[in-house]
Design a protein around this ligand. Structure first.
Ligand SMILES: Nc1ncnc2c1ncn2[C@@H]1O[C@H](COP(=O)(O)OP(=O)(O)OP(=O)(O)O)[C@@H](O)[C@H]1O
Ligand SMILES: [Mg+2]
Length: 415
């Protein structure tokens, strides 16, 4: 170190990379330096000559410290990790605590799991957590997005192919089942698998065997299967789009992820977590979220769930010009600011392609009813179906709103 001493370097590192854990290596007998380094925040020190096991032990310790520091930084003001946060997931609501308990019981087993839930509720995160907390964690986690593979290629993707199996098969290739041997295979969007393929999947699940496309040899694999879908597979089964026998094979342990609106108390925790994440990623230093903005976020319906929240916070961090995220930094869907566009859109799309047969008055009446309905639905969504609050947002009386709802055939929610 020709230019800086060790301690100067430590000081520099703490400014440039505050979360980097540092171990100081000192020359024999310079205990003072070591003590000084520890005071300055080094994780530990070694003096020459050193022992390899000792280095390993210290590095392991430093990595642990580093991870903790990292997580602390992700959750400011909560005093380190928020209570109950596990499996790399955030959440402290009853629904999420139940989920942790279920994951605890299921992760270590080789059981097939079917993860369901609306878009963006964390199905993939759960699949990965199950793998990571299983005895297979050192082996592969292979993900297949069944919706992203053209139907004609699904079989060769999953089971592989032999040379000459089809035009272009110049060599042989193992499929995802073979790649996942000893580990976990995650079949995402399982509801999109065509019925003919479902038969072949059923066979692997039942017998553990399959053949490569164009191959004659039967292969056996040891794979833990996790499947996910945002479809209601029971309904798909009833409609004949999903094989019932496959459904039961997959549904050994069902894990249903709650939509974010049913665990709104987790919103602030998640919002702050994403705030820190995007501060770091975008090089911003937004300090927090205004009370009013947070209240709006907590009340919103979140059709896109956690992913939607993540996207909103990313945008808000990117565009925030003050130190905190304010209501006006949130998208209109959340802030419910009455923007004229949706109404106009509704009106013009009602008119699109329509003739004049019905006449001006009738066309306008239909368009108005649509705008009215649109605004009322949005107000009810935002207030979770509370008619009194929705009426206040719409600046009409509660009675008036109830009449309108009847007229437009909107039912009051009972939940
Ligand atoms: N409990 C959680 N804590 C922190 N982040 C989460 C949590 N659940 C989900 N996320 C994050 O939300 C995003 C969406 O999660 P994920 O991709 O697992 O959802 P999904 O259910 O698979 O969605 P889709 O149906 O759209 O595929 C990811 O960035 C994920 O890291
Ligand atoms: Mg997914």
């Amino acid at each position: 170190m020709p230019k800086l001493g060790g301690l100067e370097f430590l000081r520099w590192a703490q400014v440039e990379e505050p979360k980097l854990p540092v171990i100081i290596l000192t020359a024999h007998g310079t205990v003072d330096t070591a003590v000084e380094a520890l005071k300055m925040g080094a994780v530990d020190y070694l003096s020459k000559p050193f022992d390899q096991d000792e280095v390993r032990r210290l590095v392991r310790k430093a990595l642990q410290v580093g991870q903790l520091a990292h997580r602390d930084a992700s959750n400011p003001g909560v005093g380190g990790l928020p209570e109950g946060t596990r499996f790399g997931m955030l959440g402290n609501s009853k629904a999420v605590r139940d989920l942790y308990a279920l994951l605890d019981r299921v992760a270590a087993t080789p059981t097939t799991v079917l993860v369901t839930g609306e878009s963006g509720t964390g199905k993939e995160l759960v699949a990965r957590a199950l793998h990571q907390h299983s005895s297979r964690s050192a082996r592969a986690f292979i993900k297949v997005n069944c919706a992203a593979i053209p139907q004609t290629l699904i079989e060769s993707e999953l089971f592989g192919y032999e040379k000459g199996a089809f035009t272009g098969a110049v060599g042989s290739k193992p499929g995802r089942f073979e790649l996942a041997h000893g580990g976990t295979l995650f079949l995402d969007e399982i509801g999109e698998v065509p019925v003919e393929m479902q038969v072949k999947l059923l066979r692997v699940l039942q017998e553990g065997e399959f053949e490569r496309v164009g191959g004659v040899k039967t292969s056996r694999v040891d794979v833990r299967l996790i499947a996910a879908t945002n479809r209601d597979l029971r309904r798909e089964t009833a409609a004949g789009r999903f094989r019932e026998d496959l459904f039961y094979r997959l549904n050994v342990v069902p894990i249903e992820l709650p939509p974010l609106r049913n665990r709104a108390e987790d919103v602030p925790l998640l919002a702050v977590f994403f705030l820190k994440k995007f501060n770091e990623r975008l090089g911003k230093s937004v300090e927090g979220i205004d009370h009013d903005a947070l209240a709006l976020l907590t009340r919103y319906r979140w059709p896109g769930n956690i992913r939607e929240l993540e996207n909103f916070i990313e945008r808000a961090v990117l565009f925030a010009d003050g130190p905190r995220i304010k209501v006006q930094d949130l998208p209109a869907e959340v802030s419910g600011s009455p923007s004229p566009e949706p109404g106009l859109e509704a009106a013009s799309s009602t008119l699109d392609g329509a003739g004049f047969g019905e006449g001006l008055k009738e066309q306008v009446r239909v368009a108005m009813a649509r705008i009215e309905r649109d605004l009322i639905v949005r107000a009810l969504d935002q207030t979770h179906g509370n008619v009194t609050h929705a009426a206040r947002l719409l600046k009409i009386s509660r009675k008036g709103l109830q009449l309108k709802m009847k007229e437009l055939a909107l039912r009051e929610r009972s939940d």
